[in-house]
Design a protein around this ligand. Sequence first.
Ligand code: URA
Length: 239
Amino acid sequence: MLQRIDKILSSQGICTRKQAKQLCKAGQVIVDGIAVVKPEQKVDPEHSNLVVSGKPVLFRRHLYLMMNKPQGVVSASRDPNTPTVVDLVPEHLKRQGLFPAGRLDKDTTGFVLLTDDGEFAHKILSPKNHVPKTYLASVSGKVDERVVQAFQQGIVLADGSRCKSASLRIIGQQGNHILTEVILHEGMYHQIKRMFAACGCHVETLHRLKIGGLTLDENLAPGECREILYKELKENLTH
Ligand code: URA
């Protein structure tokens, strides 16, 4: 699809449209070997070779990021009082319209997927799609086979709502707490905390490890993110 060159450069987070105009005028924007001097000139970014200030531009129609969310950060695009996951995205990966596809509580850590692709986010968040989410929960109280069975049968929360069957695996003792793995097939508000609470237990820490078949990259420190290619996403999140 043909698009204005200044729009392409700003959509890719390379520069603002104003800067694109200056770069074009300075002969710094090369498309298929030829300098494009007019910022309004249209090119097909998916089938052209783009070089800006000597650096090749890898055009991405949409951006998909895997973030290791730290505690104390909200899963939102903007918040007047609290840092958001979008605030943590480094400048070179920032894009207009970036938002978290799905939410974690402020005190939950781990895998958050950020994108500017509304259609894709809608698809993976839709209850019809059932993308399972895997969490590590450190829990206090009596976590035993009875709780494992209750999770499997579908917990009834304190407000009467019934959860779908979920998988609970006891990994082992962690100090005074029990480390568990929980796999959910839906996403109700504070769901894991409320499921354990319904069994007389308390979630001390919660960490999301996987979304569908995608595992959080263990090289990402809290607050860091990296790009995920669309192909990798499609193979692991949709069926
Ligand atoms: N369940 C919770 O209780 N909190 C989360 O952040 C995610 C799942």
